[in-house]
Each structure stands twice: as structure tokens, then as C-alpha cells.
Design a protein around this ligand. Structure first.
Ligand code: WA2
Length: 286
């Protein structure tokens, strides 16, 4: 009799965990598809039109009005590829200089001080990826060189060589300092063949459309929509390095956890070099 009830509890945990993992993956996929469509929008209405039909105001308005289509993102932005030889002309045209991200600075800084005091002009590099358009929620990254931050840089390089949507490891996002991941799609010059080599892709790159997934707050919101949320404890991990999983969501040492049972549901966020898992446990009855 006891064995039967343990079996039923195990099944219940598995089905609750799988349901949550499926919801998270679906919402992630919906958001990813919309970010991909934004990359095509920028290609069509910014790069392929002369003069461009998109400016910062248009981009901010469009991305704000379509934010509901990207339920797990806290903001999207567009960075353009600028070679050093073109930097001076680019900065004169924009009316601002390319700035570097301040990755060493991990302490939260009051809003209004952050970008007036901390952001420094970027030192000379072969090339840059300054943000020219941003949703209002991430307007603080306009003019920042996305190649000056470790995670963003890796994403930019991998996105443009592969032509696929790519994800960073979890890291602290700028300003909010919340744990999140960035998704990036490269934007290419028109007529790039779909079977292009990585070198051809790099050469034909115009820019990078990316979105920040604020996993901490947005996964919480998603799980709260499920009525029985309080009965299980959910953790999400980046398990790319199987021996050193990185927590993306959930408390490391929650109280009242029933460690006698543990279920792992697989998550697929579409980037073949990254692995993710959802781990679920019951809470002790109070
Ligand atoms: N967006 C928002 N907050 C961030 C961030 C980011 N990257 N990086 C650190 N904090 C314009 O992949 C191109 C967005 C990067 C896209």
C-alpha cells in the first residue's frame, strides 16, 4: 500500500514538472520566433531601404507594441557591425561615440549615475557592435559596444558564423543585475545563400538583433499562472557543462524541501551547444 502511494506521488511530480517544462519551452520558442522576425524587419526596413524607414523612435514604438509576442524577454535591441575604419564617420552620423560595457562593475548603481559616469568610450578595436535601436526597457544599452562584454561578444561571433539563433550562458544583465540569457540572430546583406559558409556569413553581416531573457522574474510570472505552484519547488539549470550546472532560476537552498523525490524534465531552447534542465521537488507538508 505504501509503495503504491509513493509511486503515485512520483508520477504526480513527474507530470507537474513536465507540464511546467513544456510551458516554459513553448513560451521561449514563441519569443525566439518573434525575435527572429524582428531581425527580418530590420533587414527589410533599415538595410534594404534607402533612406532607412526605421529610426530609434520607430523601433521603440514597434517593439513596445509587440512586446506581448515575446513573453519571456525583458527587451530587444539592434546592434550594427562597424569596422574601425568606419568608426569616425559612424560616430559623427550618430552624434555619439561608441562606448564599452563595464563588465568589472558588478555592483548595482543608481539609474541616473550609471550611464553618465560609468560608460567609457570604447578603446580602439578592429570592429565594434554598437547598439543603435532599443526597446525602451533596455534603452540604457544604446551606443554600447556589444563586443566589449564577454557573453554578448561570444553570442555575436557565434550568431554571425552560424546563421542560427544562439544563447549565452546565464549572466547578470546590465543595470537590472538580474540573472538572464541573451538570444542573438545575425542580420545579413540581402541575397546571402542559405548554404553560405561561415566566412561568407561573417563577411555579409550587417548587424545583430538580440533579446534579453530575464529568467528570474519572467519564469516566476509563468509558474505563478499555474494554480498548484506552491506545492512544488522548481529550479532551472544550464547544464552545458554537466559537472558544473549554472542555476538560472530558483533558490539554491529553499526551506521545507522534500528531498526524498526529485524529477528532472528536459528543456530544449534550440541552441545545440547549450543544455538546460528543469528540476522539481515537492515541498514538505507544513
Ligand atoms: N541586452 C540587454 N541587457 C543586457 C545585454 C543585452 N544584450 N547584455 C548585458 N545586459 C543587441 O546580441 C545583440 C543585447 C545584445 C543584442
Amino acid at each position: 500500500l505504501h509503495g503504491q502511494s509513493v509511486g503515485r506521488r512520483r508520477e504526480m511530480l513527474a507530470s507537474m514538472c513536465d507540464e511546467r517544462a513544456r510551458m516554459l519551452q513553448d513560451q521561449f520558442n514563441v519569443s525566439l520566433n518573434h525575435v527572429r522576425a524582428l531581425a527580418i524587419l530590420v533587414s527589410t526596413f533599415h538595410h534594404e531601404k534607402n533612406p532607412s524607414a526605421i529610426d530609434q523612435r520607430t523601433f521603440a514604438e514597434y517593439t513596445e507594441r509587440t512586446a506581448f509576442e515575446r513573453p519571456l524577454t525583458s527587451g530587444v535591441a539592434y546592434a550594427v557591425k562597424v569596422l574601425h575604419s568606419d568608426r569616425e564617420r559612424f560616430e559623427r552620423q550618430q552624434g555619439w561615440v561608441i562606448k564599452r560595457m563595464d563588465a568589472q562593475d558588478q555592483a548595482p548603481v543608481p539609474d541616473d549615475e550609471y550611464f553618465t559616469e560609468k560608460q567609457q568610450p570604447s578603446p580602439v578595436q578592429d570592429e565594434y557592435a554598437p547598439v543603435i535601436f532599443a526597446q525602451n526597457t533596455v534603452s540604457h544599452i544604446v551606443s554600447l559596444d556589444m563586443m566589449s562584454g564577454k557573453e554578448d561578444r561570444e553570442n555575436v561571433l557565434r550568431a554571425r558564423a552560424s546563421g542560427k539563433g544562439v544563447l549565452t550562458s546565464p549572466f547578470r544583465l546590465l543595470k537590472s543585475m538580474r540573472l538572464g540569457v541573451v538570444l542573438t540572430f545575425a542580420v545579413y546583406k540581402k541575397h546571402l545563400p542559405s548554404d553560405a559558409t561561415p566566412m561568407e556569413r561573417i563577411h555579409a553581416t550587417e548587424g545583430y538583433l538580440g533579446g534579453a531573457f530575464d529568467v528570474g522574474s519572467l519564469v516566476e510570472k509563468l509558474l505563478q499562472q499555474l494554480s498548484s505552484k506552491q506545492t512544488i519547488i522548481v529550479n532551472v539549470y544550464d547544464t552545458t557543462n554537466a559537472s558544473a550546472p549554472i542555476s538560472m532560476y530558483g533558490s539554491e537552498n529553499p526551506d521545507m524541501v522534500d528531498d526524498s523525490m526529485h524529477h528532472v524534465s528536459n528543456l530544449n531552447f534550440g541552441d545545440p551547444i547549450r543544455n538546460h534542465e528543469m528540476h522539481c521537488r515537492f515541498k514538505h507538508k507544513a
